[in-house]
Design a protein around this ligand. Structure first.
Ligand code: PBG
Length: 325
């Protein structure tokens, strides 16, 4: 036998020498949920190990993550129902606790990367990412609202805005609006290929942001489609995105691969709440070994071509790397 692939697997040293994919803590982005108030840390039922944090406690949490080597965070606000309205006015209000928190976090930890969520759903009484009129999600009237939100976040010091709304033309619209206000350094991580997925359930529990009526299928993509992701990617590139994102991640590895091959931009992948919940539930039942299955899931997303992975497992992965050192 001339060729024996097993020779390259014969020892840990040989295996590690020829390992094709590396996943570092530097590749991870940690999503964090925030609430208004003080001294609050409530666990999210469908996302064990994830909490809604008030800013004072969140600062401590971020500090402990930094010690583990995590430098990038994406922030989501859980907004009281009483502050939600049709046009998401609280999203850019001076009183918005999320904007105040961004200011505080950036002044404490200027070196980290903070990413925002730009979409109406956390602030909308309709629970949709865009403006609702006669049961329709109105694209062009949503854009100025998103721009106000993005500018308010940029003013607060966000490093990257993350439009997750899937409205047409929003990347270009936001780029122009940010530039006009002098925020040429604020990056755009675009949710380029965001699918109308069933795997966002736990996240919507966390923010209480499920649509009040209908679904998101007129703006989020059909899980059956791949070419359409490329179409979205080319548009986002042309409109000035700095990062392209695929979401969900694990069930969409082929989409990550296509975008990585076809685009010059870095690719992010969002390992979403439902994908994490499945794995955590199986581990809690003793059916899977968390310390083995969790890093394998993350590695597969990286192998598919993701430069950055947004994952609720970021902190656990970082701890694991430290344990194994
Ligand atoms: C909404 C948004 C969603 C997620 C991130 N931003 C949910 C949705 O589109 O309904 C989901 C993330 C997750 O499930 O982890 N703008």
């Amino acid at each position: 036998m001339l060729s024996r692939p097993r020779r390259n697997r014969k020892s840990a040293a040989v295996r590690s020498m020829m390992q094709e994919t590396q996943l570092g803590v530097n590749n991870l982005i940690y999503p964090l949920f925030m609430v208004d108030g003080k001294n609050i840390k409530t666990e999210i039922k469908s996302m064990p190990g994830n909490f809604r944090w008030s800013t004072d406690l969140l600062l401590k949490e971020i500090e402990s993550c930094i010690k583990l080597g995590i430098h990038s965070f994406i922030l989501f606000p859980a907004v009281e129902d009483g502050l939600k309205d049709k046009t998401a006015t609280y999203s850019y209000s001076k009183k918005n606790f999320y904007l105040k928190a961004i200011r505080e976090i950036k002044s404490r930890f200027p070196e980290i990367t903070l990413i925002s969520d730009v979409a109406m759903d956390p602030y909308s009484s309709d629970g949709h990412d865009g403006l609702v009129k006669n049961d329709k999600i109105i694209n062009d009237e949503t854009l100025p609202i998103l721009a106000k939100m993005a500018i308010a976040q940029a003013e607060a010091g966000i490093d990257m805005v993350g439009p997750s709304d899937m409205m047409d033309g929003r990347v270009g619209y936001l780029r122009e609006a940010l530039d006009e206000k002098g925020f040429t350094e604020t990056s755009i991580m675009s949710y380029t290929a965001k699918y109308a997925s069933a795997f966002y359930g736990p996240f919507r529990d966390a923010l209480d942001s499920a649509p009040k009526k209908g679904d998101k299928k007129t703006y989020q993509m059909d899980p059956a489609n791949k070419k359409e992701a490329l179409r979205e990617a080319l548009l986002d590139e042309a409109e000035g995105a700095d990062f392209l994102m695929v979401k969900p991640a694990l069930h969409y590895l082929d989409i990550i691969h296509v975008l990585k091959e076809q685009s010059q931009l870095p690719i992010a992948a969002y390992h979403v709440s439902g994908e994490c919940a499945m794995l955590v539930a199986a581990c809690k039942n003793g059916w899977l070994d968390y310390k083995k299955a969790m890093p394998e899931a993350l590695l597969s997303i990286r192998r598919a071509g993701a430069d950055a992975i947004l994952t609720y497992f970021a902190k656990d992965y970082a701890k694991l790397i430290h344990e194994n050192k």
